[in-house]
Ligand binder design. Structure first.
Ligand SMILES: [Zn+2]
Length: 147
């Protein structure tokens, strides 16, 4: 089974309008996951290559850049003949580098409370090939579902 974290729980689903603890409202165009375990390892859910990785967020003060996703990894993959970009946000650190080929199930980092985040979690969102839109990750990977 494909899992993004061990024993995943979805803490914020795709497409909901949310009011965040600081009063801002947004439409959540990704899915937030936490693990029921103490293990914060994040696993690749769709194999591909690393298009982008960012590691330096921890040097930036927490709310200095409120829209950022903290440290992140973007993995470009092909599903059903179509290209998608899977973006994993709010990582405390990542352990992959740009250009690396990453199989399903490989640990790619550790989630944290990093960037514009209220509590440790990993946010997964999926962009279309030309980056013009976002897709519900569960439409591509149904088994990803948390409880
Ligand atoms: Zn999120």
């Amino acid at each position: 089974m494909k899992t993004i974290v061990r024993e995943p729980v979805i803490t914020s689903p795709f497409g909901v309008v949310r009011t965040l603890p600081d009063g801002r409202q947004d439409i959540h165009m990704g899915i937030d996951f936490i693990s029921k375990t103490n293990d914060r390892t994040v696993f690749c859910v769709a194999q591909g290559f690393v298009a982008y990785d960012f590691d330096d967020y921890c040097a930036i003060r927490r709310y200095e850049k409120p829209n950022t996703g903290g440290n992140m990894v973007i993995i470009t993959c092909v599903i059903g003949g179509k290209t998608f970009h899977f973006r994993y946000l709010h990582l405390e650190r990542n352990n992959v580098v740009k250009g690396q080929v990453v199989p399903d199930g490989m640990p790619i980092g550790v989630y944290g409370d990093v960037g514009y985040s209220f509590g440790a979690h990993v946010h997964l969102d999926v962009f279309t090939a030309d980056w013009s839109g976002k897709v519900n990750p569960l439409e591509l990977i149904p088994l990803l579902k948390g409880v």
